[in-house]
Design a protein around this ligand. Sequence first.
Ligand code: M6R
Length: 596
Amino acid sequence: MCGIFAVVNDKNENAPQTVLDGLKKLEYRGYDSWGIAVRKLKTPIIEVEKHIGKIGEAKTSLPPSRVGLGHTRWATHGGVFDKNAHPHLDSKKQIAVVHNGIIENYLEIKEELIRKNHRFLSETDTEVVAHMIEETLKEKKDYSIGDFVAQVFAAFKRLTGSNAIGVLDSKTETIVACRNGSPLVVGVDERNHQLFLSSDIPALLKHTKKVYFLNDNEAAVLNKNLFQVYDLKKEKPKKIILETVNLKISDAEKEGYPHFLLKEIEEQKRTILKTIEKNQDRIREAAKFVKSRKIIFTGCGTAYHCALLGKYFFAKSGLAADAIQANEFSAFRYLIDDKTTVMAISQSGETADTLLAVKSAKKNKAKVLAVINSRGSTLERLSDFFIPIQTGPEIAVVSTKAFTSQLAVLYLLAKILVNKEKVALMKIRLLARKLSHWLDRGLKDQLINLAKKLLKEKHLYIIGKELNYPAALEFALKVKETAYTHAEAFASGELKHGVIALIEKGIPCFVLISKDEYENDLISAATEIKARNGTIFGVSPADAPVFDYHIPTPDVDELTIIPNIIVGQLLAYYLGVGKGADPDKPRNLAKSVTVK
Ligand code: M6R
């Protein structure tokens, strides 16, 4: 939630444009507003530009500069107005601050500062940071970099909550970044002596692949002569080793697709198998972490649906496991002990609720196994073992390819545990082959036409049974978040227990079916809906007379749920486009939910 990007020593003295380009790559982290602060070239003056809404094709009119700091916001404190957009300044306009997180004690700090005659211009929690630094620096008339750095550290250490900040000082032309709970990564372009600060990797790829992921309670000081990481607790410099990230610029580009979402849906033809090929050994090793232990899967949103499917996969292998939504984890924390392995599923590895769940599990001495996409994340560091699914950056806010790769990992893990690795691998390869033929123009045209038919519908129902029930939940979530259409998933067996009362003439009901022992149950449920004049859309390998409309999916045994879900992803995409929504950036959402 919220994206931070900064450049120090911009080689073209075009920091405004460099920061703007960086923010465009981070916009998926929040798109309520954006803003940039730069230090003017010859005078220690900060100039700021702020706008509400998405960046889109925005241009900047800020003056040339070597140092700039920007932010793209997902609003927490204060409405979506220019005044609440970051960066925020101190009273003298010498210090600019951007922030990702929530400062839980900001009101207490703000009141103190108001008593000292500070005037606040925004309703945000962030603005206090600029004023705190101003207040403590005012005693030092001619302050040095060291003084500035010390005051940023002091201010940051007073904040409670999960936070990451970037602070630009116009006098010393220095940026200080501090992290506790929200991600920050420093990019080092050694050739051009430029330094970058970013919330995530995609924004850095254009400049460098050499990075350092800040850990919690670390800070980085960046200026034209210096890059130093500090241990915030000891306030001492630290030696670090830069990492080289294994991604291409094109991984973070649309590559001719109208939207990242469509690109990422299509990439699933390759990503699922790629994840498995790259991680086969790690998945085998992960099996040691779970063998003979109590297993609890956790995650939020789509990652929770993956967790739930993990529970089903394990159950089908005769292995007991539970799945708990990370945001409901606290109710079950007493069930966690040193014999438990918590399997945390997360694309970003930064979801606040998932991190809280994992921390509470660790307190109870559980082992944590994480299945994540973004490298260097907090979850990766907190875990005892992790599987990096390596699908490449997932830029669309809505999760698709990360989900199916994580699912394939859990499937293979469940099979390895019962010595069925070979068969599972065969099925995953078969799935990849079938997806590459099936996910074609024909399927897309069919779903474009279907989306046109369904554009005006207010409600869609999706039913499934066994593996197709969590699949239906995921199908429904895609439609809700991408097309803003109310979509509700039900276990088909629940219909008679109340839900069937919702069925009225013409209401669209999707039925997700695989060629398995539940096929007939689902056909019966569809028939009951049809008897009440519902319209049946069958998503399944085989057609059936009860279907008003059939969307054929390839038969890959229990993995048929993956193409069944992909139908939901594509339908949601075309519905969203048809409704004029932005499928890459659905309203009110952000890619990584770093606040609880
Ligand atoms: O980064 P994570 O996988 O931890 O994110 C979890 C959820 O916030 C995420 O899956 C969310 O539900 C997406 N909007 C799904 O498309």
